[in-house]
Ligand binder design. Structure first.
Ligand code: NAD
Ligand code: ZN
Length: 341
């Protein structure tokens, strides 16, 4: 089969012929129909320090996908062949304390599809049956292919009660935009989203996020005064991974505010801890998706009318994967979805 492989420990991904994987007893074999590109895949392409320390070479990459089940191991009996599915890309151990308590997203031994085990930039992928998520008929293929990052957004946004709250989302990348849209639908009062890339802010506005703010041009304090916010933000969703954005967030939170951190900031950067303490902020780190409550909620949100189609700015045949990666790299893309044809 064809697959995008990290074949060598250097910059790039290469389309190669590799054997079709064989499902283990508890696994299913999925024929991939659509793959989406994640920022993580760009890091793996670039072969930065994180990628070099994490990804074994050679490895089939990719983890955002949808497809259909075409085969199954002897002990995988829950789904029939032909079922349209997506899948949770975190493979958990099942035996640590958190796994046993039903909190798989907190597993200490998580393996990552397309990061530490073979991924979904391929014609076929094997996945444990327990990681498979069936897709309802009314959810289009393209949307099912971006459930992984939508799940990051939903997990982060629904970490705290949003009803009637003023919410700050820093970073209008695909995940920030999805998080802000979820906050709106969940009943937030004001939703302000920030970025420093005009293309991303334009995309956010086009999707109905009225308060999409370029913080390189105007301060959050000015915006807050403009829209009648007299105190501060009640909930913060950090989705940029940029240190200045987190500092702005801490600075503009109301006393008792709650902050969820999804964006992966540079290691060891400094923040002023005094406002965290004196405002009595709650800060929660977010990794992946809750297994599987996040999947349940995100499918329900999409079925309830959350429209993510405009976020997919590039739909390309798999052979044009380079173009897709280029658009991701230069910040002009929302989501890029590749079609295996
Ligand atoms: P992205 O890189 O596409 O989006 C980040 C956005 O932040 C960009 O549009 C960028 O212009 C913007 N930004 C940069 N500096 C800023 C600033 N000072 N203020 C406001 N915005 C600023 O990333 P994404 O795919 O949307 O993912 C969002 C973040 O979440 C990334 O940091 C990613 O690494 C992280 N992530 C974490 C997990 C997890 O499980 N914790 C999972 C997926 C992604
Ligand atoms: Zn575990």
């Amino acid at each position: 089969m064809r697959a995008l492989v990290k074949a060598r420990p250097e910059k790039g991904l290469w389309m190669q012929d590799v054997p079709v994987p064989e499902p283990g007893p508890g696994e299913v074999l999925i024929k991939v129909r659509k793959s989406a590109i994640c920022g993580t895949d760009v890091h793996i392409w670039e072969w930065d320090e994180w990628a070099a320390a994490t990804v074994p070479v050679p490895l089939v990459t990719g983890h955002e996908f949808m497809g259909e089940i075409v085969d199954a191991g002897a002990a995988a009996r829950k789904y029939t062949r032909g079922r349209r599915v997506s899948g949770e890309g975190h493979i958990v151990c099942g035996i640590c304390r958190n796994c046993r308590a039903g909190r798989g997203h907190l597993c200490r031994n998580t393996q990552g599809v397309g990061v530490t085990r073979p991924g979904s930039f391929a014609e076929y992928i094997c996945l444990p049956e327990s990681n498979v998520v069936p897709i309802p008929d009314d959810v289009p293929d393209d949307i099912a292919a971006i459930f992984d990052p939508l799940g990051n957004a939903v997990h982060t946004a629904l970490s705290f009660d949003l009803v009637g709250e003023d919410v700050l989302v820093t970073g209008a990348g695909p995940i920030g935009i999805m998080g802000a849209l979820v906050a709106q639908r969940a009943g937030a009062r004001k939703v302000v989203i920030t970025d420093i890339n005009p293309a991303r802010l334009q995309l956010a506005r086009g999707m109905g996020l009225e308060h999409a703010i370029d913080t390189s041009a105007i301060t959050l304090r000015e915006v807050m005064a403009d829209i009648g916010m007299t105190e501060g933000f009640d909930v913060g969703l950090e989705m940029s991974g940029a240190a200045p954005a987190l500092r702005q967030m801490i600075e503009t939170m109301n006393n008792g505010g709650k902050v969820a951190l999804l964006g992966i900031a540079p290691a060891g950067f400094a923040i002023d801890w005094h406002p965290v303490i004196f405002k009595m902020l709650t800060i929660k780190g977010i990794y992946g998706r809750e297994m599987y409550e996040t999947w349940y909620k995100m499918i329900a949100l999409v079925q309830g009318g959350l429209d993510l189609a405009p976020l997919i700015t590039h739909r390309l045949p798999i052979d044009r994967f380079r173009e897709g990666f280029d658009a991701m790299r230069d910040g002009s893309a929302g989501k890029v979805v590749l079609d295996w044809g």
